[in-house]
Design a protein around this ligand. Structure first.
Ligand code: SF4
Length: 116
C-alpha cells in the first residue's frame, strides 16, 4: 500500500510517497524528508502553539508554545491542560510557563513579552 505525505520540514513542501510494504520512500529531496516520513509512520509529533489567559493591563491572552514537538496523540490533552492555565504579567518571551508539560523535558513557553 502507498501512503502520501507532504513534508512540512521546510518551505519546499516535497510530496513524498512511501510503499508501506517495502518501505521504499520517493519524492524527498533530502534526508530530513525521509526522517519526517519515518517519524510520521511511527510516532507523529507536532509543536503545539496556543494561548493562555494572562492578568495584564493591556492584553487578555498570552501566546505560548511547546519548546519541542509532542506526540500528536497528546495534543488534545495538552489543549485541555492549557485551558486551565493563567499567569500574571510581567512575562518575558521564552519564559517557561510550565516545565515538564505533557512529557518530561518539554516546556510550555511564552512566545511574547508582556510587561504589564
Ligand atoms: S524533503 Fe527536504 S527539501 Fe523536501 S520539504 Fe522535506 S526537508 Fe524540505
Amino acid at each position: 500500500m502507498e501512503k502520501q505525505f507532504i513534508c512540512i520540514i521546510c518551505p519546499r513542501s516535497c510530496p513524498i510517497t512511501v510503499d508501506t510494504e517495502t518501505m521504499v520512500i520517493k519524492g524527498n529531496k533530502c534526508m530530513r524528508g525521509r526522517q519526517y516520513v519515518n517519524s510520521e509512520l511511527t510516532e507523529p509529533r507536532r509543536t503545539l502553539t496556543s494561548t493562555i489567559r494572562i492578568e495584564s493591563e493591556k492584553v487578555m491572552l498570552l501566546p505560548v508554545k511547546t519548546d519541542r514537538p509532542i506526540k500528536k496523540e497528546d495534543l488534545f490533552a495538552a489543549m485541555k491542560k492549557i485551558s486551565k492555565i493563567s499567569v500574571k504579567a510581567p512575562i518575558k518571551i521564552g519564559e517557561i510557563i510550565v516545565s515538564d508539560f505533557i512529557e518530561d523535558g518539554t516546556n510550555l513557553i511564552s512566545t511574547k513579552t508582556i510587561l504589564k
